[in-house]
Ligand binder design. Structure first.
Ligand code: NAD
Ligand code: UGA
Length: 461
């Protein structure tokens, strides 16, 4: 380390989609703090220190470079760094549990609990512990119990500072957050720790955007924010099905309702369904918590948001098969996009996975194209790659194809030369716009049979 007289040592456990970008931003804005990101995965730690970061995120490489080696460090030496930390952010993964009690809904807290035990084991000074991961409400209580049951006379102040960044816009979201939320105990030591964390963010976030609350409100607000966002997508997607039957256009409906300032225009793009590592897991986590408290009606209400999303993915692919004369066996079908949204290499819970598997089950031949996510796509579909081709070039992918499905709203897919693509496709040529990003009339005039979300189809037969 070039410098040793840092004001404080901030350590983040977990160098993933949240830990990496958030710590890079803190390091860039707070040069007087040493920021060290640790992880059990040595490849990830190594990659953060190269020009080939472990995740794709616009602007991230420049942000990391600003502080790397100055006051931003990546390390696999978890114990030594925890030992000298003043403030520890815990940003490990909290996926849905796949085994035992609560399987399929509850959050799997094993990674989170392991970090608590490591902190306890290697510490010999008081520390502030911050939940950055998304956790069930009242998790901080369990963390406090584990940590403060020590015989070393140490005090660990547990805070909740959930992260609201979205992938693909992580750097911009961190730079100008709608709000930063910091929850703590309302005791003397809790309020003192809260002030220390407020002070970090106050380096670049306006005071009115830094919200403080009690611990439980902060933990619960994170789950509720994701549930409300996902609910909007499921709501508009449910209406998209009705639009297709009634000659209404879901785009026009979204505009008409979104201009009501009480509703607002964001998050009303009907789609093949929401993906990503958090919406589904966090809603199911909320459902599980409601069930735990005996609030069955509340649980069913939120569960329906996930069910609507499953339905939307299912009906998209079922419709593809139906309109292609009820068989896709041996047909060449191109999926344009595999990431769960544009500007990310992340494919976790991407609707493309479900659609690809369903088409493969019908014996289609798939060509998968994506500008950033092909490595992850290969891993997601590793058990069934015999009938899949991977190609970064959408034109090569579409050569002699029977159908194209737009799965991710990458900008490059808006402006492809669809006339050229059409000329090299099998006829009748089908296009399924799962993101409603194309000019459907124009495609129809070129000769395509066009199927979009929430608008009646444009067919030549
Ligand atoms: P991730 O899987 O990308 O990263 C988690 C990292 O933690 C991994 O690199 C893993 O190796 C590491 N890890 C696990 N156990 C560890 C241990 N004991 N010691 C050290 N490292 C350990 O996950 P993510 O997408 O960054 O999400 C992290 C948390 O943040 C989750 O709770 C998620 O719900 C939440 N979150 C994610 C996003 C997002 O956009 N991905 C946004 C907001 C909140
Ligand atoms: C989401 C939230 O937006 C973040 O605030 C939150 O921090 C994060 O989850 C998390 O907790 O992990 P993210 O999943 O990265 O972020 O991406 P979003 O932009 O929310 O998109 C999620 C999915 O919804 C994508 O598949 C996207 O294509 C889809 N979507 C989004 C739609 O189908 N329609 C829309 O109008 C908006």
């Amino acid at each position: 380390m070039a410098r040793t007289n840092f004001k404080k040592h901030i350590v983040c456990i977990g160098a993933g989609y949240v830990g990496g970008p958030t710590m890079a931003m803190i390091a860039a804005r707070c040069p007087e703090y040493a920021v060290i990101v640790v992880d059990i995965n040595p490849e990830r730690i190594a990659a953060w220190q190269t020009d080939c970061l472990p995740i794709y995120e616009p602007g991230l490489l420049e942000l990391v470079r600003e502080s790397l080696g100055r006051n931003l460090f990546f390390s696999t030496d978890i114990n030594a760094n925890i030992h000298k930390a003043d403030i520890i952010f815990v940003s490990v993964n909290t996926p849905t549990k796949t085994y035992g009690e609560g399987a399929g809904k509850a959050a799997d807290l094993q990674y989170w609990e392991k970090t608590a035990r490591t902190i306890l084991q290697v510490s010999d000074s008081n520390k502030i512990i911050i939940e950055k991961s998304t956790l069930p409400v009242r998790t901080a209580h369990a963390m406090e119990r584990i940590l403060n049951a020590n015989e070393k006379g140490l005090h660990f102040e547990v805070l909740s500072n959930p992260e609201f960044l979205a992938e693909g816009s992580a750097v911009a979201d961190l730079e100008k957050p709608d709000r930063v939320l910091i929850g703590s105990r309302e005791t003397e030591s809790g309020l003192k720790a809260r002030a220390e964390i407020v002070d970090i963010y106050a380096h670049w976030v306006a005071p009115e955007r830094i919200l403080t609350s009690n611990l439980w409100s902060a933990e619960l607000s994170k789950l509720v924010a994701n549930a409300f966002l996902a609910q909007r997508i499921s709501s508009i997607n449910s209406i998209s099905a009705l639009c297709e039957k009634t000659e209404a256009s879901v785009r026009e409906v979204a505009l008409a309702i979104g201009t009501d300032s009480r509703i607002g225009s964001k998050f009303l793009n009907a789609s093949v369904g929401f993906g990503g590592s958090c919406f589904k897991k966090d809603i199911l986590n909320l459902v599980y918590i409601c069930e735990h408290y005996g609030l069955h009606e509340v649980a069913r209400y939120w569960e329906s948001v996930v069910m609507m999303n499953d339905y939307q993915q299912q009906r998209f692919v079922t419709n593809m098969i139906k309109v292609m004369f009820n068989t896709v066996a041996d047909k060449r079908i191109v999926l344009l996009g595999f990431a769960f949204k544009a500007n990310t290499s992340d494919t976790r819970e991407s609707p493309s996975i479900f659609v690809a598997r369903k088409l493969l089950g019908e014996h289609a031949r798939l060509v998968i194209s994506d500008p950033q996510a092909l490595d992850n796509a290969r891993i997601d579909l590793q058990d069934c790659t015999q009938r899949i081709e991977f190609s970064e070039d959408p034109y090569a992918a579409a050569h002699k194809a029977h159908a194209i499905a737009i799965m991710t709203e990458w900008d490059i897919y808006r402006d492809l030369d669809y006339e050229r693509i059409f000329n090299h496709m099998e006829k009748p040529a089908f296009i399924f716009d799962g993101r409603n990003i194309l000019d459907h009339e124009k495609l129809f005039n070129i000769g395509f049979n066009v199927f979009s979300i929430g608008k009646p189809p444009l067919k030549h037969f």
